[in-house]
Write a protein that binds this ligand. Structure first.
Ligand code: ADP
Ligand code: MG
Length: 328
């Protein structure tokens, strides 16, 4: 199978939203008048971002999911994407599974594959997504990292830390009951981009970003861009580990230190972290309901720079923070 047969067979589908899709030198997009284009790229490299033997259907899902997550963080509605693919060989079973996982997620979000590039080489997947955000009265409605203000609440969507738990289990660093591992592994391999929540937070959140590298490290980007600091309640954060609610969870299964590490510094969660003033609490809950995505208030933005952790009693965890710092 040659390069062009491969593209034709696995990646070319009739364009519906784009003016021109796969097959010419450029694709042509038709952005809605009165919107800005939001654009983001993410690359997945074998053995760095995924294991070589990962199920290709979940890999197709994840390659697009991590990109859609960036659109979600900006409050953008997905439009289209391109796919640059380096493949060691044209393995038809692999391609069929990969493209089915990819298109299932693409279709769920009305996001169209409009072009790309295909070459032979070590497995490497690079997707660029295009989305749009409205401009109202000359002002972009995109959510940025720079808008957090002292007094704002800090929220995260969904659950945190389970992807890292699965990663540690797959590496043999810890042992999980099979059903619990399966649940955590789905979080690692098939993250859910919070696309509807991101759009519902336009005009509500003051700052937002998606969590790819771990809560503590990623949140610092909002703090830096906004010129503020924050305090997070670790007891609330701990409750975000979905594994703790699993039927096979037992106290002592995973040391609390490890749980905290997964939640605070785990990475690969692809949840949204965002800020909003206390006056917007009802609006935040409405956005959560409208997008059927749970959100949890985990802290507060402060004038004092830096990120502080407290326990349920409000006691500062200074020693622990520095030990988490190097995971970030
Ligand atoms: P060019 O040589 O002009 O860069 P190519 O020969 O690489 O174009 O690709 C031919 C067409 O197939 C183009 O429209 C390109 O966007 C598309 N294409 C190539 N690889 C992929 C892919 N992996 N997924 C989707 N479209 C692809
Ligand atoms: Mg080419």
């Amino acid at each position: 199978m040659g390069e062009f047969d491969l593209i034709e067979r696995y990646f070319k589908r009739p364009a519906t939203r784009a003016a021109l899709g796969v097959g010419d030198d450029c694709a042509l997009l038709r952005p809605t008048p009165g919107t800005q284009l939001a654009i983001s790229s993410d690359m997945l490299v074998e053995n760095r971002h995924f294991f070589a033997d990962v199920d290709p259907a979940t890999l197709g899902h994840k390659a697009l999911a991590v990109n859609l997550s960036d659109l979600a963080a900006c409050g953008a509605a997905p439009l289209a994407f391109t796919l640059a693919l380096a493949l060691p060989r044209a393995d038809e079973a692999w391609l069929a599974a990969f493209s089915s996982g990819l298109f299932a997620l693409a279709d769920a979000h009305g996001c169209e594959l409009i072009g790309g590039d295909t070459t032979q080489g070590p497995l490497n997947i690079c997707i660029t997504v295009f989305g749009e955000v409205p401009v109202l009265n000359g002002k972009s409605q995109a959510l940025l990292r720079s808008g957090a203000r002292p007094g704002d609440d800090v929220y995260v969507s969904g659950t945190l830390g389970d992807a890292r738990l699965a990663l540690d289990a797959l590496r043999g660093a810890l042992t999980l009951p099979p059903a619990l591992l399966a649940q955590a592994r789905r979080r690692l391999e098939q993250p859910t981009p919070r696309v509807a929540l991101g759009q519902a937070l336009r005009g509500v959140a003051t700052a937002a970003l998606d969590l790819s590298d771990g809560l503590l490290g990623d949140l610092q980007h909002i703090l830096k861009a906004s010129g503020v600091g924050a305090t997070l309640d670790t007891s609330v954060a701990l409750g975000l580990l979905a594994a703790r609610r699993h039927a096979d969870w037992a106290p002592g299964l995973i040391p609390v230190e490890k749980q905290l590490e997964c939640v605070l510094a785990g990475g690969d969660d692809y949840e949204l972290a965002f800020t909003a003033p206390p006056s917007a609490r009802d609006a935040v809950q409405a956005a959560a309901r409208q997008s059927a995505t749970p959100v949890t208030r985990i802290g507060r933005i402060e004038l004092e720079p830096g990120l502080r952790l407290v326990d349920a009693q409000g006691q500062r965890l200074s020693g622990q923070f520095s030990s988490f710092d190097h995971f970030a």
